[in-house]
Ligand binder design. Sequence first.
Ligand code: E4P
Length: 220
Amino acid sequence: MRFFLDTANLEELKTGASWGILDGVTTNPTLIAKEGVPIEEQIRKICDIVDGDVSAEVVATATDDMLAEGRKLARIHKNVVVKVPLTRDGIRACAKLSREGIRVNVTLCFSAAQAILAAKAGAYFVSPFVGRIDDSGWNGMELIQAIVGIYKNYGFATQILAASLRHSGHVIEAAKAGAHVGTMPFKVMDALFNHPLTDKGLDQFLKDYHKVFHDASVAG
Ligand code: E4P
């Protein structure tokens, strides 16, 4: 499973990249607006920090405008994946951009039917929003499972990018279901490290060692 950070914040991305487990980044207009920097400039900075796929979303809503915006975003860096919403115009733009060799992430996917449309349009990624489905009283993970099954049936090449992951349980369940990628906010990725038995075990190991060997470290 590839791990992406769902943020446009450079400090969070630098920390994530320093862990050596970060495979890419997803952004959306809300996340870009939060940083207050124009999208092209911010995406360029993100590509300098993270060596992996970086999704950059169009804000146009008509196909021709999405195409123009998408081509412009794709020119920023070879790692940019153009994100378009799962609308009729978005699917039309996805089909065209994909035929031009531009990788597309179809976002705001909330049903298996929509995921089939994205795959048929040649999307590189489809992004089902797990957390937002849970918020509305449905089961987001069931959608991930359904899409995994459908894509397997037909050998669709589109990768399933489990999005809107809100906690460690979502990450684990998306991995169990076979999602290719999980994208998560920094705080969710950071929380994956935590286990009280790790802290307790480490504390005991160090106490035992230093009781016998008083020098600070193996290296020292
Ligand atoms: C995905 O690419 C989206 O940016 C994101 O996962 C949305 O998550 P949210 O529902 O927590 O805003």
